[in-house]
Design a protein around this ligand. Structure first.
Ligand code: NAP
Ligand code: ZN
Length: 347
C-alpha cells in the first residue's frame, strides 16, 4: 500500500476536503497512473449527497480520469510508462457472465466494480479520480485520443460514452432527427456526437440562454422547454430523444415529441422515480429506454471516433480547492460544460 493525496466527502452534508487515501501496490496486471485531470460528473454529486441511497464514506468521487502511466506490472501488454491512459466508471467486473463476455461490462450480472464507492473482494472501498494516483488492472484502462487535448478528452470517459452508446444503439445518423434534453455535461457531448454521426440535432433546454453555444457545438435547432409552444410545435418530430436531465421531467410531454416508433432514452438519473402514461407509448408504438455508460470495447470505439473527429469536451479547468463551488454551479445548471479538476493542485 502507498498513500496519495485526495479530496473526499465525509458525509452527505459536508463539503469535500483534502485527505489522504491508500492505493494498492502494482500487481502483475496493473498499471499505476499519475492522474492529471478528473472530470466532475453530476453523478458525483448524486452519490456524495446520498440521492441514490446511503453512500459508504469517505467518498473520493471521480470517474472521468486521465493521466500518464508511471509503472506497469510484469504481465501488462497494452501500456508502457509514459503512455497516456484513461479510466471511466468501471474498474472491474466478473468477466464470465453473458454481458461481460459481450463487452458490456456495465451490465455485469454480478455487479461491476465501480471506480469509486464499490466494495472490492477484500472489503476495501474503491476511490476515484479526485486523487493524485490510481492503480487499475490494464483491462479497465483506455487509450486516450491524441488529436484532442488530454484535459478536454477526460469527460469523454463518462459523458462521452454515456451519450455515444444510446446514439449508436438507436441508429442516430444521416436522415434521423435527434433531440437532446439538457445542455450540461452529458448534453453538450450528445450534441457533438449526434452531429458527427450525421443526425439533425435539436437541443431542448430550459431556456434560450445557451443557444449560441448549442448551435456552435453542432445543433441545428434550439428550443426552450419553458415555452409551452415548443411542445405543440415539435409534436411527433424526433426519431430519438436523449434525456440527460438530472431531475424529474414530465415524460409524457417528451414522449409526445417522438415520431411513430421513435425512442426516448433516459440517461439522466434523478433521485426520485418518474412515471409515465402507457398510452404515450401505445398510441405510436414508442419506446422508453434506459442506458448506462458503456462497456470497455465501446468506450474505446468512442474515444477513437472522437480522435478522428477531433471531438472533446468544453471544459472549465479548476483547482481542487474549487470543487465545492463547482458542485453548486452544476446544481444551478451553470456549467459550461464540464468542470475538470487540475489534479496537480492536489500535490
Ligand atoms: P449536468 O451537467 O448538471 O447537466 C444536466 C442538465 O440538465 C443541466 O445543465 C440542465 O440543462 C438540465 N436540467 C437540470 N435541472 C433541470 C430541471 N430541474 N429541469 C429541466 N432540466 C434540468 O449533469 P450531467 O453530468 O450531464 O448528468 C446528467 C444526469 O445524467 C445526472 O442525473 C447524472 O447522474 C446522469 N448520468 C447518467 C449516466 C448513465 O450512465 N446513465 C452517466 C453519467 C451521468 P439546461 O440548462 O440546458 O436545461
Ligand atoms: Zn459520470
Amino acid at each position: 500500500m502507498f498513500t496519495v493525496n485526495a479530496y473526499a466527502a465525509t458525509s452527505a452534508t459536508e463539503p469535500l476536503t483534502p485527505t489522504t487515501i491508500e492505493r494498492r501496490e502494482v500487481g502483475p496486471h496493473d498499471i499505476l497512473i499519475e492522474i492529471r485531470y478528473a472530470g466532475i460528473c453530476h453523478s458525483d454529486i448524486h452519490h456524495v449527497r446520498g440521492d441514490w441511497g446511503d453512500a459508504h464514506y469517505p467518498v473520493v468521487p471521480g470517474h472521468e480520469i486521465a493521466g500518464v502511466v508511471t509503472e506497469v506490472g510484469p504481465e501488462v501488454t497494452r501500456f508502457a510508462p509514459g503512455d497516456k491512459a484513461g479510466i471511466g466508471c468501471l474498474v472491474g467486473s466478473c468477466g464470465a457472465c453473458a454481458p461481460c463476455r459481450a463487452g458490456r461490462e456495465q451490465y455485469c450480472a454480478v455487479g461491476g466494480t465501480l471506480t469509486y464507492g464499490s466494495l472490492e473482494a477484500d472489503g476495501r472501498l474503491t476511490h476515484g479520480g479526485y486523487s493524485t494516483h490510481i492503480v487499475v488492472t490494464e483491462d479497465f484502462a483506455l487509450k486516450m485520443p491524441e488529436s484532442v487535448d488530454l484535459a478536454a478528452a477526460t469527460p469523454l470517459l463518462c459523458a462521452g460514452i454515456t451519450t455515444y452508446s444510446p446514439l449508436r444503439r438507436f441508429g442516430a445518423g444521416p436522415g434521423t432527427k435527434v433531440a437532446v434534453v439538457g445542455l450540461g455535461g452529458l448534453g453538450h457531448m450528445a450534441v457533438q456526437l449526434a452531429h458527427a454521426l450525421g443526425a439533425e440535432v435539436t437541443v431542448l433546454s430550459q431556456s434560450l440562454k445557451k443557444r449560441d453555444d448549442g448551435l456552435r457545438l453542432g445543433a441545428d435547432h434550439y428550443y426552450a422547454t419553458s415555452d409551452p409552444e415548443t411542445f405543440e410545435q415539435l409534436a411527433g418530430t424526433f426519431d430519438l430523444i436523449i434525456n440527460t436531465v438530472s431531475a424529474r421531467l414530465d415524460l409524457d410531454a417528451y414522449l409526445s415529441l417522438l415520431t411513430v416508433e421513435g425512442a426516448l432514452v433516459n440517461v439522466g438519473a434523478p433521485a426520485e422515480p418518474m412515471s409515465l402514461n402507457v398510452f404515450s407509448l401505445l398510441t405510436s408504438g414508442r419506446t422508453f429506454a434506459g442506458s448506462m455508460i458503456g462497456g470497455l470495447p465501446e468506450t474505446q470505439e468512442m474515444l477513437d471516433f472522437c480522435d478522428v473527429q477531433r471531438i472533446g469536451s468544453e471544459i472549465e479547468l479548476i483547482p481542487a480547492q474549487k470543487i465545492n463551488d463547482a458542485y453548486e454551479r452544476i446544481l444551478a445548471s451553470d456549467v459550461r460544460y464540464r468542470f475538470v479538476i487540475d489534479v496537480s493542485t492536489m500535490a
